[in-house]
Design a protein around this ligand. Sequence first.
Ligand code: NAP
Length: 497
Amino acid sequence: MAHPLSHQDWQRKAQSLAIEGRLFIEGRYVAAQGGGSFDCSNPATGARLASIAQGQAQDVDAAVASALAAWNDRRWRGLAPRARMQVLYRLADLVEQHADELALLETLDMGKPISDVLNIDLPEVTKTLRYFAECIDKMEGAVTHTAPGSLHMILHEPLGVVGAITPWNYPLLMAVWKLAPILAAGNCVVLKPAEQAPLSCTRLAQLFIDAGGPAGVFNLVNGLGMEAGRALALHPDVIKLSFTGSTRVGKLLMGYAGQSNMKRVALETGGKSPQIFMPDLYDLDAAVDRAVGGIFDNAGQVCNAGSRLLVHHDLQTAFIEKFVARTQALYQPGDPLDPATTLGPLASQAHQTKVLADIARGQSEGAQQVMGDTAIAMPGAYVPPTLFVGHNRMAIAQEEVFGPVATLIPFDTEAEAIALANDSVYGLAAAVWTRDLKQAHRMVGALEAGVVWVNCFGDGDMTQPFGGYKQSGNSRDKHMASLLSYTQSKSAWFELG
Ligand code: NAP
């Protein structure tokens, strides 16, 4: 999505941007019943952006009641598949028509460079909406072979009211990875976006109505995780909870499901993804470019960020030299409203404090810091791209930093690389760089990760199921599998006499 606007144009547009921070229930914006609110601010400047309604349990009750009424009277699932498809197609069109506004909301709210929102996030949002719209009339049940006199059909039916709780790193995209298949399958939904970056999702709720979506089908409750999120996860009328966020909160949600109605809990959680660079790889420059992008895009706030660089000893010196040079060339900090900026601030000052503490811990546990020891002289929540050389048992190599911090770990053999890669509680993604496809195939089989890339990193499209092994989650976004996960099967057995 090439964009002609200049830095000054965006700054001007930002001045006159209308921001909505209320809840969205039964097709309209409403204040929180308790009257509470919290501020959201721009992490690039610290300036207050808007007041966000602080939804609490009673607001979640109202949102779930609205979704349940829409479910019960079949105003969405009762539509012909083509009619539901048209709503999601129109929603994708509206996202494109409002791209400037949505990009501004995203950039101001979480600090993501505006070029990234326009070139990555929003095109992915529209692709997701259109992919799941296309799937709606491709979902088929089955008629199984039975003895004469019987007929057996397997039907896929939507679930009911689904709750979605989403993070702040790709605020709109992560929400749409949930919303599109939830809605395509015929469910009604209540979304609780992250408190740090709720603006784009709040705007999307109205766009759903503008696209012809019935009121009550898509509801949104802004608020804090411990209040609104927890209330949604404990709600007895929510049949499934779909979550993207940290492993810590994912574990809590499984507990809430057990304490309430045993709702299904789909988790897309944290990661500490290894990229393995074998000594025979094709092109070290190309591999290093993807290593740099894999950890510094979105300032490292990416669930599958390639934060562990497993580099063969023979490559180590050249790898580090090139990595430092390419980082300096590609990731210069700047105002995220400037289309030339490639490195924005982190999403909040609190997150900056956490990431800086992780870096300090890396230093204190003896990891060698080869890059990132000079603070960025800008007022926002910036963290310099950082590279450590260390070993895999260090906290800096085991715990998710969720910032622009990579740890390089040298190895000598394929077996050692696999053992290091799998020595993690996480298993979201991994990559292997080698020219030996037989070796690559063997390593793909040995890696404990939901996504494995060979001679690339981060590539994929909507046909790629995305999700993790181990404590990176128990579910998959994207792909038809995601759509089916928001349905349940019904077996209908007819005795025909
Ligand atoms: P987070 O702290 O777990 O928060 C995620 C969401 O959960 C937010 O909406 C949050 O609300 C809510 N929440 C917090 N405590 C809750 C509770 N007790 N009950 C119910 N909801 C609660 O994660 P984050 O910091 O926003 O996002 C970063 C994490 O997301 C990283 O670990 C990253 O790896 C993961 N992530 C995973 C994927 C994937 O596909 N696997 C994709 C993107 C991100 P508040 O914001 O109000 O606290």
